[in-house]
Ligand binder design. Structure first.
Ligand code: NAP
Length: 302
């Protein structure tokens, strides 16, 4: 693909209205002087197969995929990157030079890149508590295992889903450990959600909220009451509207280092941008435009 050729990219979602991906990618194209355009497409679930077939017909070079299509799009693609296969969900699709639709998942990698660059954490010595067992939790769990945390404990409101996710990532952990040989395998556990309050969270050095609890407009809600934390604990929330959730505020009051969800959004977008264009993404430009949009919507009470 030549950078001087006009190219169309986009987002498949339903509904698509509030996504910040179009403004983020269009500003990034502009910053690099690329004559590309990123369009939000509202695709109802029953029209997803037609929309995916249309990508080839129209020569659309790449799309992001979000709720509710991340899993349903998998069988409609020609190839999957190994991590997207392990996660079982795709958030980025690229039309290759040979005309094949290849699916990737940049959510987990984006999360870990943001975590490492913003907190300086040493994952190998970290016992992680993952709150939630949905799509984002699955992507994050696979990448935490890929990077080798000490242990991963999953707690979810619907407990059997925590068990299912634990089994799923156990297989990935066993395969990736076999591939690496010497490093110790990641220990994977499930903790009962209803007993978290009683048992406390002192055993963990990283606590990640992957549930939507605390997201606008329910900004006062927290997924878990944080009582005692170990010194040096990092509390992370993937909700980014508001930027500083009630959960992160409570963690900061208890002396924890906090990690906001905006970084994951920017890094997953930056990784998709690289897959789309072959260029390194202008991270600061992307962060600034998204922060401006979020500040604008909070000043309008959204
Ligand atoms: P999902 O697949 O629907 O999973 C939602 C998870 O949250 C489930 O485990 C669900 O538990 C749990 N949950 C929902 N409401 C809850 C409540 N009131 N109390 C306790 N647990 C609750 O959603 P997802 O795609 O993983 O997204 C989750 C959140 O992450 C959303 O807020 C999304 O905006 C955010 N996100 C952020 C980024 C980023 O770039 N920062 C990327 C992706 C997602 P049950 O199984 O019991 O229903």
């Amino acid at each position: 693909m030549s950078a001087s050729q006009k190219q169309l990219f986009g987002l498949f979602a339903h509904p698509v209205g509030h996504s910040l991906s179009p403004v983020m990618h269009n500003r990034a194209f502009q910053a690099l002087g690329l004559p590309f355009y990123y369009h939000p497409f509202d695709i109802p679930p029953e029209r997803l197969p037609e929309a995916v077939a249309g990508l080839k017909a129209l020569g659309i070079r790449g799309i992001n995929v979000t709720i509710p299509h991340k899993e349903n799009i998998v069988p409609l693609l020609d190839e999957l990157d190994p991590e997207a296969e392990a996660i079982g969900a795709v958030n980025t699709v690229v039309l290759s030079e040979t005309g094949r639709l290849v699916g990737y998942n940049t959510d987990g990698a984006g999360y870990v890149q943001s975590l490492l660059s913003e907190t300086g954490i040493n994952l190998k010595e970290t016992n992680v508590l993952l709150l939630g067992a949905g799509g984002a939790a699955k992507a994050i769990a696979v990448y935490l295992i890929k990077h080798g945390c000490a242990s991963l404990t999953i707690a979810n409101r619907t407990e059997h889903k925590a068990e299912t996710l634990a089994h799923h990532v156990q297989r990935y952990a066993a395969q990736s450990h076999d591939g690496k040989g010497s490093s110790s395998p990641v220990r994977i556990n499930v903790h009962s959600w209803s007993q978290l309050d009683r048992d406390g969270v002192k055993a963990y050095q990283l606590i990640i909220n992957t549930t939507p609890v605390g997201m606008w407009p329910n900004v006062g809600h927290v997924p878990l009451e944080l009582k005692e934390l170990s010194p040096g604990t990092i509390v992370s929330d993937i909700v980014y509207n508001p930027l500083q959730t009630a959960f992160l505020k409570a963690a900061e009051q208890r002396g924890a280092q906090v990690h906001q969800g905006l970084g994951m959004f920017i890094f997953q977008g930056a990784l998709a941008f690289k897959l789309f264009t072959g260029y390194e993404a202008p991270l600061e430009v992307m962060r600034k435009v998204v922060e401006d949009q979020l500040n604008l919507s909070s000043s309008q009470g959204k």
